[in-house]
Design a protein around this ligand. Structure first.
Ligand SMILES: Cc1cc2nc3c(=O)[nH]c(=O)nc-3n(C[C@H](O)[C@H](O)[C@H](O)COP(=O)(O)OP(=O)(O)OC[C@H]3O[C@@H](n4cnc5c(N)ncnc54)[C@H](O)[C@@H]3O)c2cc1C
Length: 317
């Protein structure tokens, strides 16, 4: 079984779901997983990782929240352990870290993968190309297969026991240092990780109407709000919410697009969602071509009715 190194992102002692999915992806490849955790609370995270399928967890102690110093440690551990693959989630942190690790291992990086498989020590990755219009299946001949996994695409795995936890002093002297991490307003889910995303576009007519989008997201209870670039450019919504080619790529269980036309650049960020619901008053809107369910009508009439229906359904569960 190939030995696969996985970097587990965490905050305040809680692993990110995307990182746990990454362990799931490694296990599905038949790998024995060595997870690496760093930062405050890493001990608590490491103690839990056996439940998610990690055989070993390396806790990096000390250090200085520097992606280049962390990359040095990850590459060193990969070499020492004879790892056949290195994986991390395609989050902001993962996108910063993974190319550095791949460069140190003299390997190619396969970013934002939506499927991974392995035959012995040979790995194959599937990743969307051309704004999601094509799926490329790629193989690597590098010494260590390096990839990032798209959040919400891979299933988490279950482990039977505890991971062996070892500690290791983290490297210092990185050139880049993370000086602070700002917490989101409480209760707000990240659009990249939320299982449900409700997004609004220019069809919402103005920022004052996004309360209707937030209301539907609140009715689901586990939803984040997203936006098209048009409304972000207009200053109606923050850039952190933008879904698409120049925004975030999301793959939730349910994506609800409201008053969004479905431009190719928007589709690039959400077409791998499991179920897509589109609400648009134009029956010819391109978003309907990728939607599993379409509602042709006025968002201002449909959204309150939909929020009410979701709330009632939840209340009866
Ligand atoms: C290089 C580049 C990168 C880009 N990156 C991104 C990106 O990352 N993300 C992104 O989203 N876009 C991106 N774009 C912009 C993209 O091309 C579109 O312009 C944008 O997605 C359109 O946003 P929209 O669907 O909200 O607006 P519109 O295209 O104006 O669509 C509004 C929709 O609302 C519907 N509507 C109007 N009123 C109602 C109503 N009352 N009820 C229901 N429906 C209604 C209309 O029928 C229409 O379909 C990019 C463009 C370029 C060139």
């Amino acid at each position: 079984m190939p030995n696969i190194l996985v970097f587990v992102e965490q905050l305040s002692g809680k692993p990110s779901r995307a990182a746990l999915e990454c362990i799931g992806a490694a296990r599905a490849c038949g790998g024995t997983v060595c997870a690496v955790v760093s930062g405050a609370g890493a001990d608590a995270v490491a103690a839990e990782l056996g439940r998610f399928g990690a055989a070993q967890a390396v806790v990096l102690t000390g250090g200085e929240a520097s992606p280049d110093a962390l990359a040095v440690d990850l590459a060193a551990i990969a070499k020492e352990q004879g790892a056949k693959a290195f994986l991390c989630a395609a989050t902001g942190t993962g996108r910063d870290l993974a190319p550095r690790v791949a460069a140190l291992l003299d390997s190619t990086l396969f970013s934002d993968c939506t499927a991974l498989s392995a035959q012995g020590d040979t790995f194959t990755a599937v990743r969307p190309w051309l704004a999601g219009k094509a799926l490329a299946t790629l193989g690597s001949s590098g010494p260590v297969f390096c990839a990032t996994t798209r959040p919400n695409v891979f299933a988490t795995s279950e482990g039977s026991g505890k991971a062996e936890v070892v500690t290791r002093a983290a490297s210092t002297g990185g050139k880049t240092k993370v000086t602070s991490i700002a917490a989101k307003p409480s209760g707000k889910l990240d659009v990249k990780e939320a299982p449900v995303v409700v997004s609004g576009g220019r069809g919402m007519k103005g920022p004052e109407h996004f309360g209707l989008i937030e209301e539907l997201a609140a009715a689901f209870g586990n939803a984040a709000t997203g936006s098209s670039r048009a409304v972000v450019d207009a200053g109606w919504r923050p850039h952190a919410e933008q879904v698409g080619q120049t925004g975030k790529t999301v793959a939730p269980q349910l994506y609800v697009a409201v008053g969004i036309s479905g431009a190719i650049q928007h589709l690039a960020g959400m077409r791998t969602s499991k179920v897509i619901v589109a609400i648009n008053k134009d029956p010819e809107a391109p978003i309907f071509k990728v939607a599993d369910y379409g509602i042709v009508g006025d968002a201002f009439e449909i959204l309150p009715a939909l929020s009410k229906a979701v709330r009632e359904l939840k209340a009866h569960k």
